[in-house]
Design a binder for this molecule. Structure first.
Ligand code: ARG
Length: 574
């Protein structure tokens, strides 16, 4: 839409004397009023006039002056309507020329955004919370990249902490009793759960676990460090296999252990800033003066026994990230249950008067629940829900759906995998991230309604129309499009023109649902349009047919780009 908004804004700046950067166009509340709107309130305030009077005056001054654009005043608003043939020609050619880059911008040039996402814990398979973080984070990485930011996806693997003391002792005691060769990830989970139970009611086990963690933190080589290293390797292999299925990767895989050499300097730095206290033998930063609600929850940085905590490692990571990248934003895509943790971290930065503290954001999200808001269980393992099992189950179900819908499809297995991903990912991103997600296998795989497969199907349907048009005799593909044939596609074209704005807004709010909601609306409108007998694409000869084919091509391109930006594969047939 820039082609149209730029001359409008320039004319408004000239007429009102306002700086260009302050003038913003909106979407009219009712699309029948126009394609773009300018609210006159601010200008009216400045001029001490009534907004409707300003609107009327500006409308009169602009009349006839903007090529291909009709201006009208409605109350306090100025509305602009773009001539349909011009709109169709501009949007279709812009999309055709830009291709995958359509809607991108230079806003991120020279700026770095860090996205800490997925970040599972070793010795445990990825669970539900990590699923949401992985899907949301991967979508945000692509969205920011589309806007020209340098994006660094970071996997802050949980590979350090007191729990490893327990795991080491469990390995010593019960290694022989679990299947660590055949299924190491599940074998380790078993040991981890046993160690958790033992830590609760076995004093001997507890003492041994503390000693083991102290040994690990001492940095000495030996039995403990070797066990820890082995556990890390086995777990990372499992995670990588899962990421490959999801099509996800990170630029930096830096576990908590990576920050080990920075822990002592970080503690010194916080102490030197004069914000620490000793409370019951432990080193803490009090946050009550900053925020009353944090009065009872100071940030704990070092235990009485000298060991460090999750927060210590996150703080070390923050300083290291700031120094390495000088980030514009540092986003932590982590569930809402860690709210306190991130408030504490930001609190410590504030007390240390780090001016970049506002750039650190906790991108929190709701839970993933089963039908009836019950805890999701897996058919294979019941209580413990493992991301890989979930992927397997949805893929199997998708295979059945595809088999029933299109038994002749050549790449059935591949398409089923893609549809399963589409279902899972869209379900996760379709509402504001803070809301809980309900996972209902049958619902998310439906080809109709608010689902990933519906969007993928719409995209494949447009692809099929284009394939047929290309082989048709009267394909009209050689004709010059008659853009006036797209008179009734104005709203679709305006929506396509807004794509870049939607991506920008999704990035600003770190809210991929803005994009998924937009794509659903676009898919619905385009489906309705191509289904109408007035708009037959195939079999319409000449310039009229050419214009319709161009619209289908344009819509398919934008729908496909948008889906891939949020991580949803776009099969050409399904
Ligand atoms: N490993 C943590 C967990 O599973 C998430 C880590 C999030 N990132 C961070 N920098 N704290 O709960």
């Amino acid at each position: 839409m820039q082609t149209f908004s730029e001359p409008i804004l320039a004319a408004l700046a000239r007429l009102t004397g306002q700086p260009l950067a302050q003038l913003k166009l909106e979407r009219p509340r009712d699309p029948k009023l126009g394609d773009l709107a300018f609210p006159c309130f601010l200008v009216a305030k400045e001029r001490k006039q009534a907004p409707p009077a300003v609107a009327a005056e500006l409308a009169a001054a602009l009349a006839g002056g903007l090529e291909g654009i009709t201006v009208s005043a409605a109350g306090p608003y100025l509305n602009f309507r773009i001539d349909r043939p011009l709109l169709a020609r501009e949007i279709c050619s812009e999309v055709a020329i830009a291709g995958e880059r359509f809607g991108s911008s230079g806003e991120g040039a020279g700026k770095t955004v860090l996205i800490d996402f997925s970040s599972p814990n070793i010795a445990k398979p990825m669970h539900i919370g990590h699923i949401r973080s992985t899907i949301l984070g991967a979508a945000l990485v692509r969205i920011f990249r589309h806007l020209g930011y340098k994006v660094v996806g970071i996997n802050h693997i949980g590979d350090w902490g007191a729990q490893f003391g327990g795991l080491v002792v469990a390995l010593r005691r019960w290694k022989g009793e679990v299947d660590l060769e055949g299924d190491p990830v599940m074998g380790l989970l078993d040991l981890y759960q046993r160690s958790k139970a033992a830590l609760k009611d076995d004093a001997q086990f507890q003492a041994e676990a503390v000693a083991a963690y102290q040994e690990l933190e001492s940095g000495r080589e030996g039995e403990v460090r070797e066990l820890w290293r082995w556990v890390t390797e086995v777990s990372m292999r499992g995670f990588h296999a899962t990421y490959a299925r999801l099509g996800v990767s990170h630029e930096l895989v830096r576990g908590e252990s990576w920050y080990e050499p920075l822990l002592a300097p970080t503690l010194e730095r916080v102490m030197a800033a004069g914000v620490t206290e000793i409370s019951q033998g432990a080193l803490v930063v009090q946050l009550g003066e900053l925020d009353k609600s944090l009065k009872e929850t100071p940030c704990l940085l070092q235990q009485t026994n000298g060991t460090t905590l999750y927060a210590t490692r996150d703080l070390a990571a923050l300083f290291s990230r700031w120094e390495e990248f000088g980030f514009e934003r540092c986003l932590y895509v982590v569930g809402g249950e860690q709210k306190l943790h991130f408030r504490q971290l930001k609190g410590v930065l504030k007390r240390m008067q780090q001016p970049w503290e506002p750039r650190v954001e906790h991108i929190d999200f709701g839970l993933l629940l089963g039908p009836g808001r019950k805890k999701i269980a897996s058919r294979r393992r019941g209580e413990v829900l493992v991301l890989d099992d979930l992927l397997d189950e949805v893929t199997e179900a998708a295979e059945k759906v595809i088999e029933a819908k299109n038994p002749a499809l050549a790449e059935r297995a591949q398409v089923a995998r893609e549809v399963a991903l589409g279902a899972l990912i869209y379900n996760d991103l379709k509402r504001e991230r803070i809301k809980d997600v309900i996972f209902d296998e049958n619902e998310i795989l439906s080809f109709e309604g608010d689902t990933g497969p519906y969007l993928q199907f719409t995209h494949a349907r447009l692809a099929s129309i284009l394939r047929k048009a290309a082989t048709n005799e009267d394909a009209a593909l050689r004709s010059k499009p008659d853009w006036s044939a797209l008179e009734n596609a104005g709203e679709i074209l305006v929506a396509i023109g807004r794509f870049g704005d939607v991506v920008r807004s999704a990035a600003a709010k770190a809210e991929p649902s803005e994009l998924s909601g937009y794509l659903l609306g676009l898919a619905r409108d385009v489906s309705t349009w191509v289904s109408s007998s007035d708009n037959r694409v195939l079999g319409t000869a000449g310039p009229e047919g050419a214009a319709r084919v161009a619209l289908v091509r344009c819509a398919k391109s934008v729908l496909g780009n948008g889906l891939r930006l949020i991580g949803i594969p776009t099969p050409e047939q399904m």
